[in-house]
Design a protein around this ligand. Structure first.
Ligand code: HAM
Length: 520
């Protein structure tokens, strides 16, 4: 009996990722085009940083203890790290013949991969690594010879060999780990430093559009690959007008897109001078309520008490209302800065609401923080988050530099626009050319070329269709007009144009047709 053929596996986009498809992509393009236009009027230029960066960059900038860095990053280990990590200890290898053999195999695989990585120039070829690779190869040969001679019980000779192997394993510089970017600010600051942008006229105003990656639990408005439209202002003073103008730009952008139910919340989270006092007071108070807090908040009392303010747990809301407020702890400079930011927003007619609980989930913020919500998004209703991060460039090895920025969640922005019914993209191909006959086809090709040149969307069927069939297709595609070209039309030089919505027809010359279409 013939063997039943296995069906090839069907693939699906992986969890938390999705395809953006037409006609929706037209709306994505419209949103991005609007960002390019509005941001340009505020003097921003586009930056396109890479999507992978050193893991260490995000750990330092966003914070190693944050959820984003500690739980959600897509990180690539150097291939050889696996074997090194699995080589636990010489003592363990000495416990049995099986463990010894396993340890020797790990060393052999490491050695083989290291040698080939060096040959293929996949690794930096420093002297130490090259020497380690050679010494490891010799060790592996030695161990094979011993095992061939029947020596495979743990003993002092093996211990000595494994000790040397372990030393060599750790002397190799495997290069750092790399991660898919979970956000854009760290990369932009890295680029500012790398390209000495502090030598340009300050501040430097940059924006970016592109995918970010966080391994969160997917839900409506929350994806593992999502898109941000972000902007950063680096260098120059920390004048409150800069904060306000950045927010004004955001509001202008959202207004242009007719985003509904936009609400701006602002706060100041102080600076390294005044915040520690607040964090201390907060921690003390939280300890009093420790037993009534959930597990996450209890952990955060130690790691990051500010994040407790973010909690959405109903059971914790009463407690949070009793906690000390940052506004009462701001130093004089921070208080004045915050007051001035609010004044500057008022000068620009930007409506805001103060939210003392707005602390944000990334470590680099100081002073001004803000978030914008919009309608139709359910629990993931923040379309934009941002704030000031004056110490960040310095923390990443650059000169002392002021900084402020935001990132819009483009997926959520699009969702909100769609939910409010403002997202319908102009659709359908404008002109469908229904042709029949060889001569008509040549004319149809020319007509398609001319109409496209004039900016029309043209659909030219690749094979001959009966007129009835062609008209059916045209209306399925949502075309506005059908241009009917048969031998009669070509012979008379009078083309038939059918308006699909009402079925009316008219005869026009080639020239008159173009003029008519350009007018309607
Ligand atoms: P963020 O608050 O982590 O800030 O992200 C900004 C926005 O990205 C959020 O308000 C949300 O709209 C969107 N977003 C975040 N995670 C997801 C997700 N998993 N799925 C869909 N959308 C998401 C930052 O990323 C900072 N870098 C913003 C910034 C720039 N601050 C200063 N400069």
């Amino acid at each position: 009996m013939a063997k039943k053929e296995a069906k090839p596996r069907k693939f699906q986009a992986i969890r938390g990722t999705r395809d953006l498809l037409p006609p929706e992509t037209a709306l994505w393009n419209r949103v991005e085009q609007t960002a390019h236009e509005v941001f340009a009027t505020f003097g921003f230029g586009e930056i396109r940083p890479p999507i992978v960066e050193s893991t260490e960059l995000f750990a330092r900038a966003v914070g190693g203890e944050t959820d984003i860095v500690s739980k959600e990053m897509y990180t690539f280990e150097p291939k050889l790290e696996f074997f090194r990590e699995n080589f636990r200890s010489v003592d363990e290898a000495m416990q049995s013949e099986g463990r010894l053999v396993r340890a020797l195999e790990l060393v052999a695989v490491f050695s083989e991969n290291l040698t080939s990585a060096l040959q293929l120039k996949q690794m930096a070829e420093n002297r130490e690594t090259v020497e380690a690779a050679e010494a490891l190869e010799k060790l592996v040969i030695e161990s094979i010879e011993r095992r061939n001679a029947g020596e495979s019980q743990p003993d002092d000779n093996w211990r000595a060999l494994l000790n040397r192997a372990e030393q060599l394993l750790w002397s190799v510089d495997l290069g750092g780990r790399e991660s898919l970017r979970p956000e854009g600010t760290a990369g932009v600051c890295r680029a500012y430093i790398e390209h000495n942008m502090q030598q340009l006229p300050q501040p430097v105003k940059l924006y970016y559009i592109g995918p970010m990656f966080r391994r969160e639990r997917p839900q409506k408005g929350r994806y593992r690959q999502f898109y941000q439209i972000g902007a950063e202002i680096l260098g120059g003073p920390d004048a409150p007008a800069i904060d306000a103008e950045l927010i004004e730009m955001l509001m202008t952008f959202f207004e242009k897109l007719k985003l509904q139910g936009v609400e701006l919340a602002i706060n100041s989270i102080g600076c390294p001078q005044c915040r520690p006092k607040y964090v201390h007071a907060l921690r003390e108070k939280l300890l009093e309520f420790r037993d009534r807090l959930g597990e996450d908040s209890r952990r955060r009392i130690e790691t990051n008490p500010l994040r407790v303010l973010d909690s959405k747990l109903t059971s914790e809301q009463e407690i949070i209302a009793l906690l000390p407020k940052i506004a009462d702890y701001l130093c004089e400079d921070c208080r004045a800065h915050y007051e001035a930011v609010k004044h500057q927003l008022e000068l620009r007619g930007v409506i805001y609401r103060e939210n003392w609980r707005l602390v944000r989930g990334l470590d680099y913020y100081m002073r001004t923080t803000f978030e914008i919500t919009a309608q139709g998004l359910g629990s993931q209703n923040a379309v934009c988050g941002g704030g000031r991060y004056d110490g960040l460039v310095e923390l990443l090895g650059g000169p002392p530099t002021k900084g402020i920025g935001f990132a819009i969640g483009e997926d959520r922005l699009i969702l909100s626009i769609q939910e409010s019914g403002k997202g319908a993209a102009p659709q359908g191909r404008a002109v469908y050319i229904a042709w029949m006959g060889e001569r008509a086809y040549a004319t149809a090709i020319r007509a398609a070329k001319d109409l496209r040149k004039a900016g029309f969307r043209v659909e030219l069927p690749p094979t001959e269709l009966r007129f009835g069939k062609a008209l059916e297709r045209a209306s399925k595609l949502g075309s506005r007009f059908a241009l009917i070209l048969g031998d009669n039309e070509v012979a008379d030089g009078q083309w038939t144009l059918k308006t699909l919505a009402d079925g009316s027809q008219q005869k026009l010359t080639e020239q008159a047709l173009l003029e008519y279409l350009l007018k309607v």
